[in-house]
Design a protein around this ligand. Structure first.
Ligand code: ZN
Length: 192
């Protein structure tokens, strides 16, 4: 995650310098930003896939059908109840928003910074969501029927999460997390 953010920072800096070379010519900005988001998206896909496979293998129990690229793409094409958008669509929206911002504002650097901030926030949330989805897949593949919701036992946990703590759900009926940055996780219920 840290590493990825450093990479994203570098990508945004490079794009900004490139756009500056052409004096922020509007058409050039659109081109530079398009390339920028294509690279960011590709960085994220690689990272999400590595993360999903690592989480899958660590899940106890887990099956033997590690998440692959097709699994990841299907997940990113789905509506996400936490972020309230489809990742693959949101990339284009963020890209256009950044290009429009840079083109319409005098403070170009600020618009690039804003783009980076939104990108990082989305990436951070999707690291959690991809991990959760990979865990669920691992349990399903291993034949787990029910899972238990586990929330963090500290004073930062919100009421809604605390209320769910310890609840057991059929594996196909696990509710989505109720907010960004939720630290809850699920564990397999081992039937006797
Ligand atoms: Zn939570």
């Amino acid at each position: 995650m840290e590493l990825l953010n450093r990479k994203a920072i570098k990508r945004f800096e490079a794009a900004q310098s490139e756009a500056a070379l052409f004096d922020f010519d509007e058409l050039n900005v659109i081109k530079v930003v398009k390339t920028l988001y294509k690279r960011l998206a590709s960085d994220n896909r690689k990272m999400f896939l590595d993360l999903a496979q690592a989480v899958y293998d660590e899940a106890d129990p887990h099956g033997d059908e590690e998440p692959d690229e097709a699994w990841l793409l299907a997940f990113l094409e789905e509506y996400n109840a936490v972020t309230k958008y489809v990742y693959q669509h949101e990339i284009d929206r963020k890209r256009d928003y950044t290009a429009e911002g840079v083109n319409s504002s005098k403070d170009k650097a600020k618009e690039f910074r804003r783009g980076l901030m939104y990108w990082s926030r989305m990436t951070e949330q999707y690291c959690l969501d991809v991990s959760d989805a990979a865990t669920l897949k691992a349990f399903k593949d291993a034949g787990v029927a029910r899972v238990r919701w586990v929330s963090e036992k500290d004073d930062r946990v919100c009421g809604k999460c605390q209320e769910r703590d310890g609840k057991v759900y059929p594996i196909d009926k696990v509710p989505p997390k109720s907010h960004f940055g939720c630290r809850c996780h699920i564990e397999a219920v081992i039937e006797k």
